[in-house]
Design a binder for this molecule. Structure first.
Ligand code: NAD
Ligand code: IPM
Ligand code: MN
Length: 364
């Protein structure tokens, strides 16, 4: 059988805790489904900075290029607040995205039925929710030049970042969104701020151009601030949302709460066909709960399921993992981040145990 190569980068904070549970699932799949994984593990983020003085060593990047997929936990934390931006933990993550040209970040926000009353919105607003946020990941204000902090002759300091997009960058992400919408409910909402930003106007015009190739997909333009409001007013109006790097970051955290917890949201970062891919939870390193063994591993486990589906073409195994997560939630088990009074709160590893148990059962 084919060997599936995977680079695991647990990272900082809760990263290693949640990744340990994903790792158990990979091992289970290898033992029980006749799959062969070639797994390597390495440092990224603050732990890499502590070890090597950089948040992503060249050797780690080289490995990331070689493997079929990267599975990343989370990076960052208060320990590295004073470090320069180009050596901050977050810079390691941004470098992998940029170097592997993972321009399409797919962030699905789905509400598992047992969690409808865990959302901060009313159950009827989120029941059956299934949104796909398509976030541009290697352009925009995250990477635009000029950038920096300078001291003016007056002694005042000035911080600069630049929002910039080109036609081709907008076209390729728009194609991803329209292709996905064509396989879903046939609607794309494009979010920008063309009312104040030229880059937003270009975004709107070029998304409009791409839409002509997709006569069966409806395109709607929405100003990004309104989009944030609409997401919490009536989230089920959306199918696919396509937006830039920064707005996509904000809107996906907003969408997370629709699903019950940020600890539930997976993501896939994809690039050009045949190139690499990275899978990671949407949440961060959660320094406030790191080391306590109470983090929710589901976002990472669902990210693994996305890797199984999109990179390894193991749809059955992906279903198995997702169905096991659903079964555990049906059974009433919760980690502490999921706000449902009266439900027993379990640790990260007990949640991992339960998901593995359901996989055993579903596997027959
Ligand atoms: P965060 O996502 O780490 O945490 C926000 C809140 O959600 C916290 O209260 C945290 O406890 C909770 N939370 C997040 N994930 C959880 C989980 N799996 N289970 C239970 N609770 C969970 O965001 P933050 O606190 O703003 O950022 C902390 C650090 O993480 C920063 O350094 C930031 O740059 C970094 N970060 C990294 C990534 C990434 O690696 N992809 C993503 C976001 C933030
Ligand atoms: C995310 C994170 C990252 C981002 C940070 C850690 C660089 O917030 O993946 O959502 O802003 O893209
Ligand atoms: Mn984010």
């Amino acid at each position: 059988s084919k060997t599936h190569s995977l680079l695991i980068l647990p990272g900082d904070g809760i990263g290693p805790e949640i990744m340990a549970q994903a790792r158990r699932i990979i091992d289970w799949l290898a033992d029980n489904r006749g799959l062969e994984f070639d797994i390597s593990e390495d440092l990224v983020g603050g732990c890499a900075y502590d070890a090597h003085g950089v948040p992503l060593a060249d050797e780690t990047l080289a490995k990331a290029r070689e493997v079929d997929a990267v599975l990343l936990g989370a990076v960052g934390g208060p320990k590295w607040t004073g470090v320069d931006y180009d050596r901050r933990p977050e810079a390691g993550l941004l470098k992998i995205r940029k170097e592997l040209e993972l321009f399409a970040n797919l962030r699905p926000a789905m509400c598992f039925e047992p969690l409808v009353d865990a959302s901060s919105l009313k159950p009827e607003l989120v029941s059956g929710l299934d949104i796909m946020i398509v976030r541009e990941l290697v352009g925009g204000i995250y990477f635009g030049e000029p950038r920096g902090i300078e001291t003016l002759p007056s002694g005042e300091r000035r911080g600069v970042n630049t929002q910039v997009y080109t036609t081709s960058e907008i076209h390729r992400i728009a194609h991803v969104a329209f292709d996905l919408a064509g396989k879903r409910r046939g609607k794309v909402t494009s979010a920008e701020k063309c009312n104040v930003m030229e880059s937003g106007l270009l975004w709107r015009e070029e998304v409009e151009v791409v839409s002509k190739d997709y006569p069966n997909v409806e395109l709607e333009h929405m100003l990004a601030d309104n989009c944030g409001m609409q997401l919490v007013r009536a989230p089920k109006q959306f199918d696919v949302i396509v937006t830039d790097n920064l707005f996509g970051d904000l809107l996906s955290d907003v969408a997370a709460m629709l699903t019950g917890s940020l600890g539930m949201l997976p993501s896939a970062s994809l690039g050009v066909k045949g190139g690499g891919a990275m899978y990671e939870p949407v949440h961060g390193s959660a320094p406030d709960i790191a080391g306590q063994g109470i983090a929710n591993p589901i976002a990472t486990i669902l990210s693994l399921a996305m890797a199984l589906r999109y990179t390894f073409e193991l749809g059955e195994e992906a279903d198995l993992v997702e169905n096991a997560v659903n079964a555990v939630l049906e059974g009433g088990m919760r980690t502490a981040d999921i706000m449902q009074p009266g439900k027993a709160k379990v640790s990260t590893s007990v949640m991992g145990d339960a998901i593995l148990r359901e996989m055993e059962k579903l596997n027959g």
